[in-house]
Design a binder for this molecule. Sequence first.
Ligand SMILES: Nc1nc2c(ncn2[C@@H]2O[C@H](COP(=O)(O)OP(=O)(O)OP(=O)(O)O)[C@@H](O)[C@H]2O)c(=O)[nH]1
Length: 393
Amino acid sequence: MLGWFRKKKKSPFPDSPEDDASRQQPADAPGEEPDATIEEPEITDPAVAQTAPPTKPPAAVVPPEKPEKSSPSIFKKLSERLARTRESFTQRIDELFLGKKQIDAALFDELEEILVTADLGIATTMELLETARRQVKRDNLSDPQQLKHIIKDALKSYLTATNRPAELVMPQQGPFVMMVVGVNGVGKTTTIGKIGAKFHAAGRSVLLVAADTFRAAAISQLKIWGERNDARVIAQHEGADPSSVVFDAMAMAVSKGYDVVLIDTAGRLHTRANLMDELKKIKRVITKQLPDAPHEVLLVIDATTGQNGISQATLFNEAIGVTGIALTKLDGTAKGGIVANITRELQLPIRFIGVGEKIDDLRDFDADEFIEALFATESDDDHSSDQLHTSES
Ligand SMILES: Nc1nc2c(ncn2[C@@H]2O[C@H](COP(=O)(O)OP(=O)(O)OP(=O)(O)O)[C@@H](O)[C@H]2O)c(=O)[nH]1
């Protein structure tokens, strides 16, 4: 849970007793006020809001004692949730290699078809196969099993080859602000709910912001997640100016000392230009109140949409600068190869993967764990997870 914080080599947060005290919930934090879900923020005067000092220093996310991936059962669950991709990808590779005595051109042709079908994308597939061909030739390899290892390693290298740090860093001062964007229906609100649950479980106070005012249902849905997570929800009426909702929420987050602000945005407006303009405006409003925020612009992509997700990412990235990806619905697709395509094409880190609709079905993305889960066979599920466990301890 919250692996990006857990993975930090050096904590930016002081360890003094005063700081421990400062990590308590804010005075009106959801944990102390169960019925705190509200529609209208208390602070609406921009002048007051902008100058209101934090009531306490920000809290750090306390690393959980046990890393999530060290549990064999959790690894097995991940592997099961990736079953459709495993069937269409790993198992097909195994079937292809079964009984084959040599690596030849025909084998590469069939491999190409499998990789493209798993949504690795043409360019990524071609590059991967070229790498593999060169390695086979250079090392004079003949065993198809060696080729499987080359594919596995190449995929892993794509998953880790991002040009930005794959770990999020909590700010020294003020709340951690995450703006969540993506086209409609990809799972933005659900992902926010799940991320909020992770923070809540780590003892952090969370403010959810309903900046998708385009649809009344989106506001209601966020409120439900707020109730589930004991998180305050800042919302206005349908059709309200999203930037004004965000302005009020930011003011409240700063003045009340919330640890985390998660902002839900619209996925659909009358035109794409309108949507991008609205997102840019929201981002400006955030930055005006907290110069180093948003700390994360998380783009949610639905894995089942395949290559379309790449175009969406390019569009959002050009407009507002995406810093991380949440890839949802990996449980419902046979085309999980999109993961490698996204990281290679976009050079953006994947922060989370969604593997189901339930609250705990959002996982911190870990390239090693993902590849092991994808390549795990039923018989070695437990063995693989043991290895992961050992390497962690
Ligand atoms: N199977 C599966 N379903 C998911 C996952 N993440 C989200 N969903 C489902 O996807 C559907 C759409 O999710 P929402 O959170 O409403 O999507 P949204 O992007 O906020 O949609 P808009 O508000 O229309 O922009 C819901 O039925 C979710 O339960 C996932 O990882 N796996």
